[in-house]
Design a protein around this ligand. Structure first.
Ligand code: M6R
Length: 608
């Protein structure tokens, strides 16, 4: 939630900060602001709404300063407004702070600071930080920030500048992401790598409680005892273009089209025909795998839906019982975890607060944790015992698409790896699934070729108020994902139900003209699903089906059908989700919604 940037160098800070913020807007877009040291004073410009509003403001107020900090906000404490926008300053405006996270004890601090005579102007938790730094400031900004941080509870990545030390930028992180960009005669801080990629590919990935002191002479990283930390530079190998729209109208459409490549990249070198699954990055031993008696898959949103597919794959292939849990619920229900439990956390960003907390809970109970994440160096990747990266490349659109399909690939890989190590199913069966996986990239490209048909469907359904997604088995897991996608970017109310569950209540909602998207890709459940479709058709529903090629008999029952190539039922979710992603995208376009930045949402949910 929220994105922060900071710059010190030889160029105009305002331009670099705005450019950086434009790459972080996916983290929140309720307001934007910058603070720049200009003619020996801190000049703060901030306003409610998109970054474009700030850019407009800065056209009339040109800033030349070479050091500054910037922020794009997803509001938690205090409504989106000019006054609640970051940066926040102390009363005299000599110290400015940007913050991503939540200061959980801000009310106590606010009360205490007020009793010390400090005046607050905003409703934010963040405003306590500049006042705290002010309280401790005795001519050394680093010292004051270190003392202030000791009083703060919660999560934070902060950037701080001070008028009296105009050549210093201080930053620190705890439970919120922060990277440091290492340029030539210039240095950067940012919540995420794309914000600095136009200037440098060399970054430091900070750990919790590491402080950064940026000065003209360079970057120093210190621990909480002011001891210098020697860190290796992480060289970013992917292109800045990967985080650009590349000719597509929206990131989401680009990312949907990148799925064939993302599938291939996630499989490459791990799944090779005729060879055992190769997972160099996973250190879990054969004995440890054989010892596991329960697996929890814990995640949020789309990643949770990937976990549902993972459950079926692991139980079917590796024969270990799996429970899939929403991270925000898991951590508060005293789950039964011990050293024979394995937890798999799935998180595109690797920073989702609830997922990270579930991981920590599992570690505290001595369970082993495998992280499936898309972001190298993210919190879950650093804290888990093993990491399986999804090589989807940067996902910028708030609605997750290519991350989801690569999470599914990761689930199949883990299931096969465990099956091979346990000998739980025949090698010939494993080989067939591997072959199936290796064909998926091309088959996904075939599904994408049907986008014009799907665009036409979108025109027909875009004015509906409610919609239902149905499926059985793995199709139900995909139905949940399709329904989430439609809700989040087109604001149409939709629900997903297991086909057999309908007659236990929800069928009462079906009336003449109700739109139903029915998934019928599971070979062994096809006839049963057909019966469920007939049940809603009889009650007047208008049904679009997603089925596998060869099942065109479905056309006798439904109003329209979209076909995916014939694959093993287990692998069908990778292909059947694509028409649903495209459908949501085109409905959103038809309705004139902001596809990449849907209302009230942020890409990375780093608060509870
Ligand atoms: O970064 P994560 O995978 O942990 O994020 C989890 C969810 O917040 C995320 O999948 C969210 O549901 C997406 N907006 C869905 O498109």
């Amino acid at each position: 939630m929220c994105g922060i940037v900071g710059y010190l160098g030889k160029n105009r800070a305002a331009d670099i900060l705005i450019d950086g913020l434009s790459k972080l807007e996916y983290r929140g877009y309720d307001s934007a602001g910058v603070a720049i040291i200009e003619n020996s004073d801190i000049d703060v410009n901030k306003c409610k709404g998109r970054l474009a509003n700030l850019q407009e403001k800065l056209k009339e107020h040109v800033l030349d300063g070479k050091i500054g900090i910037g922020h794009t906000r997803w509001a938690t404490h205090g409504e989106p407004s000019d006054v609640n926008s970051h940066p926040h300053t102390n009363e005299s405006g000599t110290i400015a702070v940007v913050h991503n996270g939540i200061i959980e004890n801000y009310l106590v601090l606010r009360e205490w600071l007020s009793s010390e005579g400090y005046k607050f102007v905003s409703e934010t938790d963040t405003e306590v930080i500049p006042h705290l730094v002010d309280y401790y400031y005795e001519g050394d900004l680093l010292d004051a920030v270190m003392k202030a941080v000791k009083r703060m509870e919660g999560s934070y990545a902060i950037g701080v500048i001070c008028k009296d030390e105009p050549n210093k930028l201080i930053a620190v992180r705890k439970d919120s992401p922060l990277i440091v960009g290492v340029g030539k005669d210039e240095s950067f801080i940012a919540s995420d790598i794309p914000a600095v990629l136009n200037y440098t590919r060399d970054v430091y990935l900070l750990e919790d409680n590491e402080f950064v002191l940026i000065e003209d002479k360079g970057i120093t990283i210190l621990d909480e005892n002011k001891k210098k930390v020697e860190k290796e530079i992480y060289h970013v190998t992917w292109n800045a273009d990967a985080a650009e729209k590349g000719g597509y109208e929206h990131f989401m459409l680009k990312e949907i089209h990148e799925q064939p490549k993302a599938i291939k990249d996630t499989l490459t070198s791990r799944v090779v025909k005729g060879q055992k699954i190769n997972l160099d990055s996973i250190n879990i031993t054969k004995e440890q795998i054989q010892d596991i008696d329960k697996i929890y898959i814990v995640a949020c949103g789309t990643a949770y839906h990937a976990g549902l597919v993972g459950k079926t794959a692991i139980e079917k292939l590796a024969k270990v019982p799996v429970e899939v849990e929403v991270a925000s619920e898991f951590r508060y229900r005293e789950p039964l975890i011990n050293e024979r439990t394995l937890m798999i956390v799935i998180s595109q960003s690797g920073e989702t607060a609830d997922t990270l907390a579930a991981l920590r809970l599992a570690k505290a109970e001595n369970a082993r944790v495998i992280a499936v994440t898309n972001v190298v160096g993210s919190s879950v990747s650093r804290e888990a015992d093993d990491v399986l990266y999804t090589w989807a490349g940067p996902e910028i659109a708030v609605a997750s698409t290519k991350a989801y399909v690569t999470q599914l690939i990761a689930m199949y890989i883990i299931a096969l790896y465990f099956a091979e190590n346990k000998g739980s199913i025949r090698q010939s069966e494993i080989d067939k699934i591997k072959c199936g996986l290796l064909n998926l990239s091309e088959e996904a490209a075939e599904v994408l070729n049907q986008k014009d048909i799907i665009k036409d469907f979108a025109k027909k359904i875009c004015n509906d108020k409610d919609m239902y997604f149905l499926g059985r088995g793995l199709d139900y897991a995909v139905a949940l994902e399709g329904s989430l996608k439609l809700k989040e970017i087109s604001y149409i109310h939709s629900e997903a139900y297991a086909g057999g569950e309908l007659k236990h209540g929800p069928i009462a909602l079906i009336e003449k003209g109700t739109k139903v998207i029915a998934l019928a890709t599971q070979e062994h459940l096809f006839d049963k699903m057909l019966s469920n479709i007939k049940e809603v058709k009889t009650r007047g529903a208008n049904v679009i089906a997603i089925a596998m090629e060869g099942h065109d008999v479905i056309e006798k029952t439904v109003d329209s059908a979209i076909y995916i190539p014939r694959v093993k039922s287990l692998l069908a979710p990778i292909l059947s989700v694509i028409p649903l992603q495209l459908l949501s995208y085109y409905v959103s376009i038809e309705k004139g919604c902001d596809v990449d930045k849907p209302r009230n949402l942020a890409k990375s949910v780093t608060v509870e």
